[in-house]
Design a protein. Structure first.
Length: 396
């Protein structure tokens, strides 16, 4: 017979709710990247105009293209791309490119990151577009976003210029930032560049707009955005010690409010939460019964080191349950995933940690199977006369 077992397990910490962050942003998302813990989600899945923050998708696809290489349909950093009239026509934040220019891919990438160049985004888009147009690239952006799990994102251009149907949720922007940091560490330092004076032609646009760079709080990316429709927004990240936080703010009413809110979010995320190590891989948490094996139980141990983000106001105990479906039937191999440890973290989402077999268990021999059959028969007989026909049938 198969049953679902849940066993209480004592750990070493009591969780009290962290002080909630009451943001002024229309939508906000805060992720502790180190532990994968979502600390804040306000209107996180609502598709909203992302303004220049959507350039992160163009950049991600540019990084993919550089990784592929020109010989595989991608790009080389030293390759020089032409500037079309369409790309040159963009206003707003630009590199002041014109149709006489041929610009290296590396300079275009830095122009998008540091200068938020609308024209630079369009040049990259046209180079990677299946039909040579920016809109063709935007369709490709939407397809790639869906593949990456960004289900609330659709693109109409490469740079966030106001256009119907160009939308992203703040959760999608957070996912995208996480992927850039994780997938392309060789490019990520570019997001911390404070200045890029592209051939000196645009002295009025050479400074990174990220208001957190240089404040000494670990901020090192990623992208600001602003249009009248979208308000002021920022996709940011900061690292302090071994922890990294990613955050997205959208819909603020001024650049000053964006700067203040972003700094407050970073301080809140690092000061109100801390990472605690609760156990190493291989630590046995519980035992589970085994049927028809050489032993009657198997240890359930941590598959990986257990590190958990908790509010700093925590005490000494937390509640957790070991959940598995058992008893398990031999054979069992060491390392087989058999259950999970579910940890209650108060207002944070519950944490689910895989538990694996601590040892291999072989099937029992003839005597083990005969003993199990006899015990099963005795249990049937003890169940009373109503079970007798079934017992006789099984015995025969």
């Amino acid at each position: 017979m198969i049953r679902l077992f849940a066993a209480a397990v004592a750990l070493v910490l009591t969780l009290q709710p962290a002080a909630a962050f009451d943001t002024r942003a229309t939508a906000a998302y805060v992720l502790d990247q180190t532990t994968g813990t979502v600390l804040l989600a306000k209107n996180a899945d609502e598709p909203l105009p992302p303004a220049s923050m959507s350039k992160l998708m163009t950049l991600y696809m540019a990084f993919e293209a550089v990784e592929r290489g020109k010989q595989n349909g991608g790009l080389d950093l030293v390759e020089e791309l032409p500037v079309s009239e369409h790309a040159m026509s963009y206003g707003g934040s630009t590199m002041f490119l014109d149709t006489t220019d041929r610009v290296s891919v590396e300079d275009l990438i830095r122009g998008v990151i540091v200068l938020s160049g609308n024209d630079a985004s369009a040049v990259i888009a046209e180079a990677l577009s299946p039909d040579g147009t920016e809109y063709g690239f935007a369709r490709l952006m939407t397809q790639r976003a869906q593949q990456m799990g960004m289900t609330n994102s659709t693109f109409a251009n490469s740079n966030g210029w106001p256009q119907a149907g160009h939308l992203m949720s703040v959760r999608d922007l957070g996912l995208l930032a996480n992927r850039i940091i994780s997938d392309y560490p060789q490019f990520y330092p570019l997001f911390a560049e404070r200045e890029f004076a592209f051939d000196g032609r645009a002295p009025q646009n050479k400074t990174n707009r990220n208001p957190l760079l240089g404040l000494g709080i670990g901020a090192d990316g990623l992208k600001t955005g602003h249009t009248n429709e979208a308000g002021y927004g920022l996709v940011g990240s900061a690292k302090q010690g071994n922890r990294r936080v990613i955050f997205v703010l959208s819909g603020l009413d001024s650049a000053a409010a964006r700067a203040q809110e972003a700094e407050s979010v970073v301080n809140w995320a690092f000061r109100q939460f801390t990472q605690r190590n609760l156990g190493e891989a291989g630590t046995q948490i519980a035992e589970a019964p085994v049927a028809l094996g050489t032993t009657q139980s198997v240890g359930l141990e941590l598959k990986d080191d257990l590190s958990m983000l908790v509010p700093v106001t925590g005490g000494d105990e937390i509640e957790a349950e070991v959940i598995y479906t058992g008893p398990f039937q031999a054979p069992i191999s060491k390392g087989d995933e058999l259950g999970e440890l579910v940890i209650d973290r108060g207002e944070l989402p519950a944490m689910r940690v895989p538990l694996v077999a601590s040892a291999s268990i072989s099937p029992g021999g003839f005597m083990v199977k005969m003993t199990a059959a006899a015990m099963h028969l005795m249990n049937r007989l003890n169940a009373g006369p109503q079970a007798a026909p079934e017992v006789e049938a099984e015995a025969s």
